[in-house]
Structure formats: C-alpha cells, structure tokens
Design a protein around this ligand. Sequence first.
Ligand SMILES: Cc1cc2nc3c(=O)[nH]c(=O)nc-3n(C[C@H](O)[C@H](O)[C@H](O)COP(=O)(O)OP(=O)(O)OC[C@H]3O[C@@H](n4cnc5c(N)ncnc54)[C@H](O)[C@@H]3O)c2cc1C
Length: 323
Amino acid sequence: MEKKKYQLIIIGAGPAGLTAAIYAKRAGIDTLVLEKLSPGGQAQLTEKIENYPGFPKPISGKKLMNEIVKQVENLKVELKNEGVERIEDGKEKKVYTDVGNDYQALALIVATGSDPMKLGVPGEEKFTGKGVSYCATCDAPFFRDVDILVVGGGNTAAEEALYLTNFGKKVYLIHRRDRLRAEKILQDRILANPKIEIIWHSVLKEIYGKENVRGVKIKDLKSGSIYELPCRGVFIFVGLKPNTYFLKNRQEHLYSNPQDLVKMDENGFIITNEDMETNIRGIFACGDVRKNKLKQVVVACGEGAQAAFAARKYIEELTGTSY
Ligand SMILES: Cc1cc2nc3c(=O)[nH]c(=O)nc-3n(C[C@H](O)[C@H](O)[C@H](O)COP(=O)(O)OP(=O)(O)OC[C@H]3O[C@@H](n4cnc5c(N)ncnc54)[C@H](O)[C@@H]3O)c2cc1C
C-alpha cells in the first residue's frame, strides 16, 4: 500500500524546499517532498548565476539546481511529482494533490515560490508563446537578429536584457521611471552595452501582430504621447505572484481574508516570524513565497534550512522524541 503518513511534507522543490529537505532528512525526519513540475524551481530558468557563493565563475541556473537535486536524491529523500491543491489544518495536516492523492503530516513547509506577474495589456495573452515570453533562457534562441523589448527595471529585467543581447539585434528596455532599480553593477553593464537602448518613463500599452508579435504601443508618461515600436520579442519581468492559491480562500482576489489558511500580506506573500513559522502551528514557509526583502537563491536556501530546523523542533515537541 502506498505510504500516506509522514512527519513532514515539503511543498515545492526549488532551492528553498530542496534545502529544507536536505536538513530534514539529515535530522532523521520522515519527509516527503511534493513538486508540481520538475524539481529545481525558478533558478533553473536563468542562464547564469554569479551571486551564489562557492562558484568563482558564473554557473548556469540549470546546473546549480541539478546539483542540489542530485544531493537530495543521494540522501534518498522521497520526492513525488504532484501539485498541492488544498490543505486542511488539524493536529495532522492533510494535503490534497492534483492527481487525487491525499497525505498527512505533523508539519508542513510551504516552499512554492512565485510565478511571473502579467502586465494585463491587450495582446499579452494572445501572443504568449508567439513573441511574448517570461523566460529569456527558455526562449532567447527564437529571437536571433531581431529587435526585442524587455519590460521592467529590477535585477531580473536587467540580467535578462543583458543575456538577450547575445541573440537580438537590438534590445530595448522599457521602464516607467527615470532610473533602474537593478543593482549598481547591473546598471553599469546595461548602460555600457551598445546593443541596449533604455526607454525611460514609459509604459507598454499594447502588443500587436498577426500570427506573431510585430510590435508594441508605448506611452511616454512625460509627454502622454503614444507611439508604435516594431519588435519581434517582448520579454516581461515586472515582478512575482506568490504560489499561495492552495492556502487561500477560493476567491482569487481576496488576500488576508479571515478564511485564508495562513496569514498573507496584501500581495499574497506568506507572513512568518524569523523562525519561518506562520500563524498556524506546524505550518512553516520559506523562500520566494514568503514575505521577505530579497528573493534570491542564497536567501531561499538559508530560509529552507531555518524552516526545517523549526519544523524539527515542532515535531520533537509533538512526539516527545529528539531528532
Ligand atoms: C529569470 C530569473 C533569473 C534569476 N536570477 C537569479 C540569480 O542570478 N541569482 C539568484 O540568486 N536568484 C535569481 N533568481 C531568483 C531565484 O530563482 C529565486 O529566488 C529562487 O528560485 C526562489 O526559490 P524558491 O525555492 O523559494 O522558489 P522556486 O524556485 O520558485 O521554487 C518553487 C517550486 O515550487 C513548485 N510549486 C509551486 N506551486 C506548487 C504546488 N501547488 N504544489 C507543488 N509544487 C509547487 C514550483 O513548481 C517550483 O518548482 C532568478 C529568477 C528568475 C525568474
């Protein structure tokens, strides 16, 4: 018979969930990891990571995450390819998945990260996969020698714009303000790159085309004028939406609703204390899904370790056993 009861279930196998799994397994906690896609998380989408310690040369996100997944597999952590759809609180937490399974655990760690936010402009949905993309590593090779527009002003937009210069003829970076939010080192690289042109204080109003993207309409926020810019690719990096739908009241737009299972902020990020404990005993959260100040691999790993440590203490209290 398939095993249904665990001491700890970790939801999500990105850097946060995988690190939590390493710490939990090494502490002797009976652990299951549930992942709706393939293990590795968002980090495997990026071409180069140069801010994760221990790698003097930039490492590809895919390679780094493959190594962490291998480490987890070597520890013989049980990992199942199932997405979590619903959770019920109780002394034993119940977890329902998208393949019709349900599991029970004394403690849960939510490490489900976040997905890219959409702009919501006309043409965005229609042309997704036909010129509109949220992942440069995945799609850049389709945009060789054509003009590309990147939307956003943070670290991800800057990194991905730089990467796209290896493919596109020209890369436009459109930003609503008159300075980027990206780290100084990235701003310097952007400004020094002759292939990148920044379109300051402007917003994307529409994406148009026939079968595929042919161009965009841009609004200059200073003059109010709207003009067309021909381009074949539109890469959107405007923020993240946390994967907390399975914890929420079913009404998508309501956050911090009394009926939500755990407390979240107005954007749906889970609120915890510094030990990664949510307001519900036995439910912990870590990584990009948590309300924190920096969404990076190194932070996700650190928080994953802390969440596993706190979950272990909780399980020890509950069972009277020391792990
Ligand atoms: C394009 C890009 C470039 C980046 N570059 C860098 C960089 O250079 N350096 C850096 O440090 N960081 C970078 N980041 C950020 C980094 O990837 C994230 O901070 C990190 O991956 C967060 O880890 P996480 O484990 O919290 O979440 P994620 O990596 O998002 O992993 C969450 C996992 O949970 C799974 N999941 C979601 N919902 C469910 C569910 N209901 N049931 C089961 N599983 C679920 C997801 O499929 C996913 O595998 C980049 C991100 C992007 C998108």
